[in-house]
Design a protein. Structure first.
Ligand code: SF4
Lengths: 167, 187
């Protein structure tokens, strides 16, 4: 770790959560920590409420899908400490069968719509979310479109010739 | 200053019989003539094509020359629904509702590849052509179509409006067309 702040935050995390911190790296000066899914709520709560880390703002929360790996689904959190202008990235990974993650809406209200979006596009369920419904797609959509097993194209078109359009 | 004799082209008189102080023609023709030259469009502009439509309404191309000076932003007073731009599936019920709120007789113009067929957006979230949810009278191809094409499309609508029989909207054909889209038939 080149950045002193990053080093301190990581040390604190390891001290408190030891085994639940799976890996950490620093890319372009920003700390990325992969943690275990079950502890994500506790870790974010710690990062927010601890006066030294003090990550008071949730910049973003989104999903990701790597269909070839065993723990194929992921959620990425970006937190920001406004006082020191310091950022951190948290990642959790888990399998599609076990896509239940603790909601952090009670820590950051801004997570509400982001979690709904992540649910909408990746089918990740956030436990404890006050209103986990689709937000951008139609309510009656059956798929979670950013999962790789679902095709991008609209399936109702009959006029496209496979030989020409390579579907 | 000399006033030159400029030719003003008036709307063409429909066929009929004329004599001293009277002119007799078919009601359809007279109504068609009046309607055609005073169409109130409702612009349903969602993306890039909407920008091109703004140019069409602007002074340079000036759709107002064709009797469409007044855009109607309320469906209830509109004659022509102009759907311009990408219609996502989530937007589809709104287009339908707007169409349903328009009073008969009403026409629909679909501008651009997106509105007509989904265009480049062959994806899960985009409606693959508005003719899947409402009947369309005129399609304008292009991505985006130039304002000249939009004007051409509006003139095609004019032709339809002028030549429409006043009984068409009561006909069985029209009724079944409406029912095929799931609307209660017009009247
Ligand atoms: S047809 Fe082309 S210009 Fe028109 S809305 Fe679609 S992408 Fe934009």
């Amino acid at each position: 770790m080149e950045n002193e702040l990053n080093k301190k935050v990581l040390e604190q995390l390891i001290k408190v959560f030891s085994d639940d911190i799976k890996s950490a790296e620093e890319s372009y000066g920003m700390l990325s920590v992969t943690v275990s899914k079950n502890k994500i709520y506790a870790i974010i709560k710690f990062l927010k409420e601890n006066t030294e880390t003090n990550f008071n703002f949730l910049t973003d929360l989104t999903g990701i899908h790597y269909p070839d790996s065993k723990e194929d689904l992921g959620v990425i959190y970006h937190l920001h400490n406004f006082y020191k202008n310091h950022r951190i990235r948290l990642k959790i990974f888990f399998s599609t069968q076990d896509s239940y993650v603790d909601s952090i809406v009670d820590l950051y209200s801004g997570a509400n719509w982001m979690e709904r979006e992540t649910f909408d596009f990746f089918g990740i369920h956030f436990k404890g979310h006050p209103n986990l419904t689709r937000i951008l797609n139609m309510e009656d959509m059956l798929i979670h479109p950013l999962r790789k097993e679902f095709p991008l194209e609209d399936q109702s078109r009959k006029d496209k010739n496979d030989a020409m359009f390579g579907r | 200053m000399e006033i030159t004799d400029k030719k003003v082209s008036l709307a063409k008189m429909p066929d009929g019989h004329e004599g001293a102080g009277f002119f007799a023609t078919k009601l359809d023709d007279a109504v068609g003539l009046a309607r055609k030259n005073s169409i109130w469009p409702l612009p349903f502009a969602t993306s890039c094509c909407g920008i091109e439509f703004m140019a069409t309404m602007g002074a340079h191309y000036d759709l107002a020359r064709y009797g469409s000076e007044r855009l109607s932003f309320s469906p209830r007073q509109a004659d022509l629904l102009m759907v311009m731009g990408t219609i996502s599936k989530k937007m589809a019920p709104i287009v339908r509702q707007v169409y349903e709120q328009m009073a008969e007789p009403k026409w629909v113009l679909s501008m651009g590849a997106c509105a007509s067929s989904g265009g480049i957006f062959d994806t899960y979230s985009v409606l693959q052509g508005i003719d899947r949810i409402i009947p369309v009278d005129v399609y304008i191809p292009g991505c985006p179509p130039r304002p000249e094409q939009v004007i051409d499309g509006v003139l095609k609508i004019h032709e339809l409006v002028q030549n429409e029989s006043s009984r068409r909207r009561y006909s069985e054909d029209y009724k079944s067309l409406m029912e095929s889209y799931g609307f209660e038939s017009g009247k």
